[in-house]
Design a protein around this ligand. Structure first.
Ligand SMILES: *Cc1c(COP(=O)(O)O)cnc(C)c1O
Length: 345
């Protein structure tokens, strides 16, 4: 039985083209700036996002940490969403390692932060206050139904930030999903921000790595920050080679994952006792209606017995994510498994 792994798009294994490119990759010592494949990936990423420069990092977490270490000093304040990945799921690394003070403001259901909430969170110049340096946004928003932020919204936050001398960092782990969902060039979505992190290792299928993208001065400083957190890799071209294939071959097909996510949501919503959140990209949240006497564990385990994996033990709602290795039949099988589990065959 094929396991249908909907836990995350991080479970994606590299494609045959990626493995081939990794095998053939020309490499050198990237800490000396001598890995031609890493250099090529960084140049490609900068070009694709319409920025001056880029830096290859080991993970999205490292990319966000390095960005914040570069934008902020110890005791500086960063404004971010209370449901953002950086605030919830990165171990408080910005505080633990950077002495940076997070100032969470409420994420709206569509992943945005209200402009008036951001404005209220900006501290004025006063000897008692931390200095506000940075606003962080997340696109697509993982915890807020995978919703894409529009270019207009991002620009409005950037304008506000600029008025107060602040910078903007975008956690764009799934920025290419946002671009696909909105039907626009990714450049439009990041034009007004100072830095962007995006992941190669999620829907784009590469085995390892993320990129931090921004102005050349910012990236030169970020290169120092990457080194101090132990992120200076040597013949990293074997990894970057898969990233190049990801950018060349995988960004154009993400709409397929979104269509399958919509089909999965539709199928689940037809099952009595199952309620499904809005679906805009490849992330689906669903939960059991009031009065259904099944625990989250029973659902997760019951589906696993039927070969369908998803997350949901501690969240109270279930998360399923579509990706390259999930086809139309897999979606139908997942719906069937849930139908059987809920006893509505
Ligand atoms: C996955 C993710 C990250 C972190 O990436 P890792 O490579 O898992 O460290 C950061 N932000 C968002 C929104 C993510 O979904």
């Amino acid at each position: 039985m094929k396991i249908i792994d909907l836990r995350s798009d991080t479970v994606t294994r590299p494609t045959a083209a990626m493995r081939e490119a990794m095998y053939r990759a020309e490499v050198g010592d990237d800490v000396f700036g001598e890995d031609p494949t890493v250099n090529r990936l960084e140049a490609m990423a900068a070009e694709r996002l319409g920025k001056e420069a880029a830096l290859f990092v080991a993970s999205g977490t490292m990319g966000n940490l390095v960005a914040l270490l570069t934008h902020c000093g110890r005791g500086d304040q960063v404004i971010l969403g209370d449901r953002s990945h950086t605030y919830l799921f990165e171990q408080g690394g910005i505080s633990a390692l950077g002495g940076i003070m997070p100032w969470p403001v409420p994420n709206q259901p569509d992943g945005t932060l209200r402009l008036e909430d951001i404005q209220k969170a900006i501290r004025e110049d006063n000897v008692h206050f931390p200095r506000t340096r940075l606003v962080c946004l997340e696109n697509t928003h993982n915890m807020c139904n995978g919703t894409p932020l529009t270019a207009e919204y991002t620009a409005s936050v950037a304008r506000l930030a600029r008025d107060y001398g602040l910078r903007v960092h975008l956690d764009g782990a799934r920025i290419f999903n946002a671009a696909a969902a909105l039907g626009m060039d990714v450049r439009e979505l990041v034009r007004e921000v100072d830095s962007v992190m995006f992941c190669l290792s999620k829907g784009l299928c590469a085995p390892v790595g993320s990129l931090l993208v921004g102005g050349s001065d910012f990236i030169a400083e970020a290169r120092r920050a990457r080194k101090v957190v132990g992120g200076g890799m040597r013949q990293a071209g074997v990894l970057a080679a898969a990233g190049i294939v990801a950018l060349e071959q995988m960004t154009g097909r993400l709409a397929e994952d979104h269509a399958r996510a919509r089909r999965l949501a539709e199928g689940l919503a037809e099952i009595p006792g199952v309620e499904v959140g809005p679906v805009a990209t490849n992330i689906i949240y669903f939960w059991l209606a009031e009065g259904v006497s099944k625990s989250p564990e029973e659902v997760v385990d019951g589906l696993a017995e039927r070969g369908v994996l998803l997350l949901g033990r501690e969240l109270g709602r279930f998360r399923a994510v579509t990706h390259y290795w999930i086809g139309d039949e897999d979606v139908e099988r997942a719906i069937g498994a849930m139908r059987e589990l809920m006893g509505s065959n």
